[in-house]
Design a protein around this ligand. Structure first.
Ligand SMILES: [Zn+2]
Length: 297
């Protein structure tokens, strides 16, 4: 006779768990997820929820294994923080409150830094900081820059694994890209929903180099195995949405489409195209910076 692995009581022949105990765990997990999701929503509305004791109560009452409880917390936190962060630029107080919420539940920033929620909250907060000129938020974000930046180019974010490509053939622009293509205009903000809904067509692009890309307030810097260059925002005539990066054309050089594609390690460490929130961030950040550049020069 085996004992139930959830409640420890006898479970009967050839069984190591009671069906009722499994049901209780599943119900408890759902309860945890909805508590976390509603806490994130409350913070988004300006509230300051405390959910630690009620979650501990659910874990104890429903005999939820700690691992399952933690997985449910991280999963629901990440999904709901992503949703809120992509809605509109996130004020830094709210980003901080999202982190505090998980600290309340016993997690460290380190444990969460690889989640979509953590990343989209940082991206969204940076867009907020750029919009409101809260320089210290992005300056603090970059401890050191791998490039020797020109005066006035404040580093915002470094992408360490980037493919630089150019369109190889001249082609008619009519009906070319199905993606968002905008001239640099002030006050343009692309919502993630609309962004994700766009079909971003991939045309014949030739990979030119692989390296790192630094986004600064005045320009993008690229340093690869073969080339290193700086592209000032005032030398860019248009930006194109790219799910995993940013597409652009310069004023000079016949405006040949160029693309930075960001790579991220997957769970096995293999480089794969970055999730769409990277493209969403780069698209909004570059437009914002370019329009600021134009209004100050
Ligand atoms: Zn049991």
């Amino acid at each position: 006779m085996a004992n139930c692995r959830l409640c420890g009581e006898k479970a009967g022949w050839f069984k190591d768990v009671h069906p009722a105990c499994i049901e209780a765990v599943n119900a408890g997990v759902a309860e945890i997820k909805s508590a976390v999701t509603s806490a994130v929503e409350q913070i988004a509305q300006g509230g300051t929820p405390t959910i630690q004791s009620s979650i501990e109560q659910v874990i104890a009452d429903k005999r939820i294994p700690r691992e399952s409880a933690n997985a449910a917390i991280v999963e629901s936190w990440s999904a709901s923080v992503t949703e809120v962060s992509l809605r509109e630029p996130l004020p830094v107080e709210k980003q901080t409150a999202f982190i505090k919420l998980t600290e309340q539940l016993g997690f460290t920033q380190q444990e969460l830094s690889k989640t979509d929620g953590f990343r989209s909250a940082v991206f969204s907060m940076l867009l907020w900081a750029l919009t409101n000129d809260v320089t210290e938020l992005y300056a603090n974000n970059m401890s050191h820059s791998p490039f020797n930046c020109e005066p006035g180019d404040l580093p915002i974010m470094f992408f360490g694994s980037v493919v630089y490509s150019q369109e190889t053939t001249t082609r008619s622009r009519v009906g070319g890209y199905g993606g968002l293509s905008v001239r640099v205009a002030p006050g343009v903000y692309s919502h993630f929903g609309g962004f994700k809904g766009q079909q971003v067509e991939r045309v014949a692009m030739k990979e030119i180099d692989y390296g790192g890309m630094l986004l600064t307030t005045g320009a993008m810097y690229f340093g690869g195995e073969h080339t290193t260059f700086r592209i000032a925002f005032d030398n860019i005539i248009s930006f194109r949405a790219q799910e995993d990066g940013i597409g652009f054309s310069r004023k000079t050089g016949h405006g040949i489409p160029e693309v930075f594609s960001v790579l991220q390690p997957d769970k096995d460490g293999k480089p794969t195209p970055a999730p769409a929130m990277f493209g969403w961030f780069l698209f909004n950040a570059t437009q914002l910076l370019a329009s600021k550049k134009r209004s100050t020069s």
